[in-house]
Write a protein that binds this ligand. Structure first.
Ligand SMILES: NC(=O)c1ccc[n+]([C@@H]2O[C@H](COP(=O)([O-])OP(=O)(O)OC[C@H]3O[C@@H](n4cnc5c(N)ncnc54)[C@H](OP(=O)(O)O)[C@@H]3O)[C@@H](O)[C@H]2O)c1
Length: 246
């Protein structure tokens, strides 16, 4: 379990939910990890293997200067930045006619502009790595459509397109850019979905696996994209969704 040893990973939104699972697995795989979000108080207090190899740094991904500060702080702390997972995201459900413009803006600012800000800030650092890895996080709702998910779905479709362009632009620098697209995961915002029984039952019947995914299952895919095993995978959207047929 040392597929990431010698590498430094930055995980935005790494304080809880899927990001926390990713950060923990990256540590177990030997990486140094910088966990970043707006509020350190959200960092779940369970003990994480790794001790001094993990640190928190505040970031608001909507702010380009904050994203730049994060990448610089990670490089200062651990010497390099090799893996960046732009995972921070929010969801504000609502039918288009009733969706508050502020909610639309919050989702687009965080999920789209935030990914752009992190990628832009990361590139100069990743260029110095022998195998830079940029991993964005989309969603099943970026390519399959459900009422009430206009802002979120639009943001995740944009993330997928953005990642493919990014891959073409940074390949010459030895950096790959791939997108992880989780389905319904029993972490974070997925837990809220499961608690809405009517909605969850509708989606459950569309899953070949018949169950929600675990954060660890998303983390396994992230380790693949972050490590040497994915050296020839680039501009790809990797779905981790238990065989969703919808
Ligand atoms: N859970 C699922 O079923 C599922 C499925 C598909 C895709 N996803 C995607 O997976 C990612 C993680 O989702 P999750 O379910 O784990 O969500 P979550 O539990 O709500 O965690 C979201 C994380 O993002 C951080 N964050 C939010 N806004 C931020 C900002 N402006 N700047 C910096 N950090 C910010 C939060 O920390 P602070 O509040 O402290 O900033 C938190 O650490 C998201 O991109 C989501 O769209 C999730």
């Amino acid at each position: 379990m040392t597929r990431l040893s010698g590498k430094t990973a930055v995980v935005t939104g790494g304080t809880r939910g899927i990001g926390w699972r990713l950060a923990r697995r990256f540590l177990e795989e030997g990486a140094d990890v910088v966990v970043a979000s707006r509020d350190r108080g959200n960092w779940r207090p369970e003990p994480v293997a790794g001790g001094a190899r993990v640190t928190f740094h505040p970031v608001d991904v909507r702010d380009p200067a904050s994203a730049q500060d994060l990448m610089s702080a990670a490089a200062d702390r651990f010497g390099t930045v090799d893996i960046v997972v732009a995972n921070a995201g929010v969801s504000r459900p609502g039918a288009v006619e009733k969706l508050a413009p502020a909610h639309w803006a919050e989702v687009i600012d965080t999920n789209v502009t935030g990914v752009f800000n992190c990628a832009q800030a990361a590139i100069p650092h990743l260029r110095l790595s022998t195998e830079g890895r940029l991993i964005t996080v989309s969603s099943v709702l970026g390519s399959r459509f459900a009422p009430g998910a206009a802002a979120y779905g639009a943001s995740k479709a944009a993330v997928e397109a953005f990642t493919k362009v990014l891959a073409v632009e940074v390949a010459a620098d030895g950096i790959t850019a791939n997108c992880l697209s989780p389905g319904f995961i029993d972490e974070g915002m997925g837990v809220q979905l499961r608690q809405n029984e009517a909605v969850w039952e509708k989606f459950r019947t569309k899953l070949a696996s018949g169950r929600m995914g675990r954060g660890d299952e998303v983390a396994s895919a992230a380790v693949f994209l972050a490590g040497d095993d994915s050296s020839y995978v680039n501009g790809h959207v990797l779905e981790v969704n238990g065989g969703l047929f919808w």
